[in-house]
Design a binder for this molecule. Structure first.
Ligand SMILES: *[C@@H]1O[C@H](CO)[C@@H](O)[C@H](O)[C@H]1NC(C)=O
Ligand SMILES: *[C@@H]1O[C@H](CO)[C@@H](O)[C@H](O)[C@H]1NC(C)=O
Ligand SMILES: *[C@@H]1O[C@H](CO)[C@@H](O)[C@H](O)[C@H]1NC(C)=O
Ligand SMILES: *[C@@H]1O[C@H](CO)[C@@H](O)[C@H](O)[C@H]1NC(C)=O
Ligand SMILES: *[C@@H]1O[C@H](CO)[C@@H](O)[C@H](O)[C@H]1NC(C)=O
Ligand SMILES: *[C@@H]1O[C@H](CO)[C@@H](O)[C@H](O)[C@H]1NC(C)=O
Ligand SMILES: *[C@@H]1O[C@H](CO)[C@@H](O)[C@H](O)[C@H]1NC(C)=O
Ligand SMILES: *[C@@H]1O[C@H](CO)[C@@H](O)[C@H](O)[C@H]1NC(C)=O
Ligand SMILES: *[C@@H]1O[C@H](CO)[C@@H](O)[C@H](O)[C@H]1NC(C)=O
Ligand SMILES: *[C@@H]1O[C@H](CO)[C@@H](O)[C@H](O)[C@H]1NC(C)=O
Ligand SMILES: *[C@@H]1O[C@H](CO)[C@@H](O)[C@H](O)[C@H]1NC(C)=O
Ligand SMILES: *[C@@H]1O[C@H](CO)[C@@H](O)[C@H](O)[C@H]1NC(C)=O
Length: 743
């Protein structure tokens, strides 16, 4: 399907997509009025015939017609484009609001004038060169491409709109081609920009820090700018590249919600700008501080993608659309829909205190407990004088420390593989930790290649955790990492890799180095996940510092937080599930008192919190378990067997949040809807008041359910409307796992 400027100016031209597959009927063009339609969403915009600008008409629930815009008094200074709702705002031409695209030309001027040229509608969705993105077949998604051109500077902008009708999701990105004869630089690129009408909206974001990720905060969208950004070079713990806009009356289960999530792992910025007329401009994309991306004549800049989801069924509805979309059309890993092995990670148990003897002992204990995967964390690599015996040396030297592994990793892993997992006929599997983007100045790598790090000429190379960041934008560095990781994988029977990243980026050679780094990182990860599809990769960045949709394209799971205190973790996990599927979270039971909070919480509660995640495991020394804890492990593993398949492919409901109630709860419903599992908690002991009844979600009202929590059967209607009163005791941190089986 194709339309041109000529057909617009002829105005009578009607270009309707061919009938047939939903993929194309999801997008129609009448003249140059564009309509994207999903099961419960419409996205409408058109070309203004006089300015040839793209005008936003609607993004929300179903709507079929183009209606006149608000009547805005246009007088004084505020006239022209600043009074219209725009799709791709540039700089100049009477719009006083923030632009989506800001280009600096060779002569220093920054005015642009993009005007509509033509469009295409195609089934399916083209890949974004070098960047992670959602994908789908012709029947899953269709794409509208709109070409704009700046005649004054000879720059082309190609806007891409893809709709996944089943998920009420619109993915947007754009690319800029320099068709002129001089260099330009991209100063700002907001992949998604839309002007919403004067609605009363609140913004939800996930804010935090190390060990305190994904705390949900809400604030009104006010006049002027409301927003946040990461300047850390990575998506960061501080803010996640996500925001939701909701109506003031929206709850978990009802009301309107719009989600916006950047599929990118570098610095980002998100802003809403409410102007005098009340219209709300929404912008999400690269952080302008880490842009200034040069585009030479003949070259193209590709902006990363933003996935927006609309829901009329509250935040929960929005979350479930993201979960399903991301599992089916973002993740490329063939582990995504597979259950993940229960694991034991050596870090909190042994720290750097490792050698083949201590590790073999821990591996044996792991197998004896019935755990299936043993993960050797930090401390296994580097040679004297740069042996990794503490965090001052060794990063970059990815060869096993001969003092710890005299025969290398191969024979050592073979010995781990020889242990039989208790109560099964399976052999123990082995996984390993790496931090490939980092280097210690105390390393052979740095000694040989001091110029491979992110630094700026005359400035000191400031350290965090005694380490520097490799400049992954450099091809040599990319090839080094591919080789180093491949060598480790090829040297032994490695089934899982935890890919860590423990600091932010400080000095950069140029602002564009962050974007170049991300393209390089994606090239590396694409290479390794393509070469080794059977390895289970887990992302990690001092916890959830890079838990983002960019990496979830390649890796099925991410470590959620270095804070494994079950009380804090519940808040962190509930926040993470606002857009990322629970199946992508990695969660472990660790020893008490907790290393971060010093809290003592029962092993049942710790396990119930961690079982909500796709990758469940332990991070402790089995010999240090109390008799009571040890006795609980078989029951925990039995629950894991039942729950993990439901986490992997089921639907997730936040029934009550830990910040709102003393009795938080979450629920999963299996894909075939025959089983539900409820994770119920009491945080503090209370004498009074009584806990409210726990009311379930998404059951079949007329079906009868059997449960471990009651005798006989109750109807779905009873469980959803009357709920269950759970027998909480006057005791801190209690938990229950409630299974509901449809009869
Ligand atoms: C089109 O979408 C509807 C509703 O989502 C669905 O029932 C129908 O099977 C789809 N048709 C095709 C040809 O995919
Ligand atoms: C396109 O939209 C404009 C308003 O934005 C409306 O006046 C016009 O009738 C629409 N054209 C078609 C073909 O729907
Ligand atoms: C831009 O240039 C093209 C080709 O030179 C021309 O067809 C078009 O009308 C021009 N557009 C504007 C808005 O001047
Ligand atoms: C601008 O350059 C791009 C990329 O080289 C090319 O595809 C496109 O056709 C050019 N556009 C014009 C109007 O020359
Ligand atoms: C563009 O910038 C590059 C790098 O600074 C320079 O080598 C090149 O000569 C410039 N090209 C033009 C057309 O100015
Ligand atoms: C291995 O580490 C343990 C624990 O630190 C220590 O007791 C033991 O002597 C070490 N063995 C070797 C061979 O280094
Ligand atoms: C790290 O290990 C080296 C070599 O044994 C030692 O000299 C240094 O003091 C240690 N540093 C820390 C912070 O433990
Ligand atoms: C390098 O290692 C030495 C010896 O362990 C240590 O004292 C020094 O602090 C380390 N340097 C850095 C930059 O970590
Ligand atoms: C991975 O990178 C290596 C080294 O650059 C290259 O030889 C190999 O073909 C790449 N493999 C894939 C699958 O991209
Ligand atoms: C994963 O995918 C690769 C190729 O796409 C295939 O060779 C491999 O068997 C798959 N592994 C599993 C466990 O499905
Ligand atoms: C709900 O359960 C009833 C009784 O088992 C059954 O007849 C009906 O088909 C179910 N409805 C749905 C939507 O599954
Ligand atoms: C079920 O009934 C048995 C026998 O009366 C009783 O012991 C048990 O406590 C009941 N269980 C629940 C969960 O009510």
């Amino acid at each position: 399907m194709r339309g041109t400027l000529g057909s617009l100016l002829a105005s009578a031209a009607v270009a309707r997509a061919a009938n047939g597959a939903n993929s194309t009927t999801a997008i129609t063009a009448d003249g140059s009025n564009f309509t994207l339609t999903g099961d419960g969403v419409s996205y409408l915009f058109h070309v203004d015939p006089s300015s040839l600008d793209l005008v936003s008409d609607h993004f929300g629930g179903p709507a079929t017609d183009f209606t006149p815009p608000a009547n805005i008094y246009a007088g004084g200074w505020s006239d022209g484009l600043t009074n219209t709702r725009r799709e791709f705002p540039d700089v100049g031409r009477s719009d006083y609001r923030l632009p989506a695209i800001h280009i600096k030309h060779a002569d220093g001027d920054t005015v642009s004038a993009f005007t509509y040229q033509s469009y295409d509608i195609t089934a399916g969705k083209p890949a974004l060169p070098g960047l992670p993105a959602t994908y789908g077949s012709d029947s899953d998604v269709s794409t509208l491409t709109v070409r704009m051109y700046d005649n004054y500077s000879d720059i082309e902008a190609v806007l891409s709109y893809s709709i996944f009708p089943k998920y009420n999701a619109v993915a947007r990105s754009f690319r800029i081609s320099n068709n002129g004869t001089s260099n330009i630089s991209i100063e700002r690129a907001a992949s998604f920009s839309v002007d919403l009408p004067n609605l009363d909206l609140n913004m939800i974001e996930l804010q935090g820090d190390w060990a305190h990720e994904m705390n949900r905060v809400i604030r009104p969208v006010q006049y002027g700018e409301t927003g946040f950004r990461s300047t850390e070079g990575y998506s960061s713990h501080i803010h996640n590249p996500f925001m939701a806009l909701i109506s003031p009356t929206t709850t978990e289960s009802s009301g309107e919600a719009w989600g916006f999530n950047l599929v990118y792992s570098g610095s980002f910025a998100t802003t809403t700008e409410r102007f005098s007329h009340g219209y709300i401009r929404v912008l999400l994309g690269l952080n302008p501080l880490h842009a200034s991306i040069p585009v030479a004549p003949g070259d193209t800049f590709q902006a990363p993608e933003v996935v927006a989801v609309y829901s009329s069924e509250g935040l929960g509805g929005m979350s479930r659309s993201y979960h399903d979309l991301y599992r089916n059309h973002l993740s490329r890993s063939n582990h995504t829909f597979q259950t993940r092995p229960v694991l034991l990670n050596s870090w909190e148990g042994l720290g750097f205190d490792i050698n083949q003897t201590s590790l073999d002992a821990l591996a044996q204990q792991t197998a004896d407990l019935g755990i299936k995967l043993f993960v050797n964390d930090d401390g296994w690599f580097g040679k004297t004088p740069y042996a990794r015996i503490n965090d001052t040396a060794g990063l970059g030297d990815w060869i096993p420390n001969p003092d710890h592994f005299p025969n290398g990793l191969g024979p050592y892993v073979a010995s781990v593989d020889s242990f039989t997992v208790a109560n099964t006929s399976e052999k123990l599997q082995f996984g390993i930790w790496m931090e490939p983007e980092m280097v210690n100045p105390n390393s052979t790598l740095y000694t040989e290649h001091p110029d491979w790090v992110m630094y700026q000429g005359k400035h000191p190379r400031t350290l965090t955790r005694n380490q520097l960041v490799l400049n992954v934008g450099m091809t040599e560095v990319q090839d080094f990492i591919i080789q180093a990781v491949s060598n480790v994988i090829n040297s032994a029977n490695i089934r899982y890799i935890k890919w860590d990243n423990n600091r932010g980026i400080h000095e950069m050679p140029s602002p564009a180095a962050d974007y170049e780094y991300m393209l390089g990182l994606y090239r590396v990860i694409d290479n390794l996940t393509t070469t080794y599809p059977d390895i289970l990769f887990e992302g990690c960045a001092s916890g959830g510092g890079r838990f983002d949709a960019g990496l979830l394209h390649y890796w099925p799971q991410h470590w959620t937080s270095d804070n494994t205190d079950a009380a804090d973790r519940l808040t962190i996990q509930m926040g993470t599930t606002i857009m990322y599927p629970p199946s992508a979270m990695a969660c472990h039971v660790s020893a008490i008192p907790n290393g971060v909070t010093m809290r003592n919480i029962s092993i049942e509660y710790r396990a119930t919190v961690a079982l909500m995640c796709g990758s469940f495991g332990f991070e402790l020394k089995p010999v240090d378990l109390s008799a009571e804890e040890r006795a609980a492990i078989p029951g925990i593993l039995a629950n894991w067997e039942l729950i993990n398949p439901i986490v992997i492919s089921g639907s997730f409901y936040r029934l009550a949040l830990p910040d709102d109630t003393n009795w938080p709860a979450a629920q999963l419903v299996s894909q075939d809807e025959t089983t539900a599992v409820v994770f119920a908690f009491q945080q503090q002991a209370t004498v009074k008041p009584a806990a409210p009844p726990l009311r379930m979600a998404a059951l079949n009202a007329t079906a009868m359910y059997r449960s471990n929590a009651f005798n006989g059967t109750y109807s779905g209607a009873t469980l959803m409307n009357a709920g269950l009163n759970l027998p909480w005791q006057v005791e801190d941190y209690q938990s229950m796992l409630i299974y509901l089986y449809k009869q």
